[in-house]
Design a protein. Structure first.
Length: 322
């Protein structure tokens, strides 16, 4: 991330930065005083403990009077809102008491300030796992929209991250404000250095694809191979970081490792096979789904058994023709 001045930033600077960014994007935005009160309460809660444990939670700034635009049959991953019988005054103490009841990986607190500028916690929102997957670099394909004008989360003592959908707007950490996120795996010299590994994975995927997979699905599989390969690398790096013991990865195109002296060699091929299988299975399933949709549009009463088998076993869902 690119760090922004001032160096001794507080929640006041975070509120000013979020307010300016929302206005720049033409989004509806609460007043700076409301943002200051919200981030102040979150900051105070982040540096306190409840029953000896640090507090972590996330919120969505969402109006209880704003109707949600839900499709007639919402998908299973669509969030739902549980309204509190009595809204809570938004304060550090309220966050300390209610946060332990909400898993920050799957639940967000609904917060809003009405016309009287009175900030309240009025509900809980479930199905927030998609954002947690995004943070851990899991692939998020077509994730549902996140509720609220913006979202914010407490990640640790004095550490607050503010997001808009799946994009980070600003982050307060260690007295500094970070705004722009830089992903070195998406482009640049590091991505170019990793390209030989991605191409090797794609050649294996291409060899594993069934002959009936068409060109459109094959092109999509090539893009997905790159995404999954980088996701795996990101997860490994995040796990190393999570142990807090330091560490590094050496990536080299030299398969003989002639310039390295490895003390404890270990050959582990299951992960690379899993990458190939995941992409190949997804491509076959997408092809089968497309063909079944064509049969459905043609109002066909029967479908080839092989096509149903590919659709069912690769997508793990019931085929309407089976």
């Amino acid at each position: 991330m690119r760090l922004q001045a001032p160096l001794n930033a507080t929640f006041l600077d975070l509120a000013a930065g979020v307010h300016a960014e929302l206005l720049r994007r033409g989004r509806r935005c609460p007043s700076r005083s409301v943002l200051c009160k919200l981030f102040s309460a979150m900051f105070q809660a982040s540096i306190s403990k409840e029953e000896g444990q640090s507090i972590r939670f996330q919120i969505a700034y969402f109006s209880p009077d704003e109707p949600e635009r839900l499709p007639p049959a919402p998908p299973p991953t669509r969030h739902s809102i549980i309204t509190l019988p009595t809204p809570l005054e938004c304060s550090a103490r309220a966050f300390q008491k209610i946060a332990p009841a909400c898993d920050p990986r799957s639940t967000a607190l609904a917060v809003f300030a009405g016309r009287a500028q009175r900030l309240q916690i009025w509900g809980m929102i479930d199905q927030q796992n998609q954002y947690f997957d995004f943070l851990t670099h899991e692939p998020v394909f077509g994730g549902p929209p996140r509720p609220g004008l913006f979202q914010a989360s407490v990640e640790g003592p004095g550490h607050i991250r503010v997001t808009l959908e799946y994009e980070r707007l600003a982050e307060l950490r260690g007295g500094q404000i970070a705004r722009q996120a830089l992903n070195v795996l998406d482009g640049g010299p590091i991505r170019r250095a990793l390209e030989p590994g991605i191409l090797t994975a794609w050649r294996r995927v291409k060899g594993a694809l069934l002959p009936e997979v068409d060109r459109i699905r094959r092109d999509a599989a090539r893009v997905q191979t790159s995404d999954v390969w980088r996701t795996v690398l990101s997860r490994i790096l995040l796990r190393i970081q999570g142990f807090h013991h330091g560490g590094a990865l050496i990536v080299t195109p030299d398969r003989k490792l002639s310039a390295l002296k490895i003390k404890y060699p270990l050959h582990y091929s299951r992960l690379s096979r899993a990458v190939v299988k995941q992409v190949a299975v997804h491509a076959v399933a997408a092809q089968a789904t497309s063909e079944l949709n064509e049969l459905r549009n043609a109002k066909a009463e029967l479908a080839p058994l092989s096509l149903c088998d590919r659709h069912y076993y690769n997508r793990h869902r019931t085929c309407r023709y089976c």
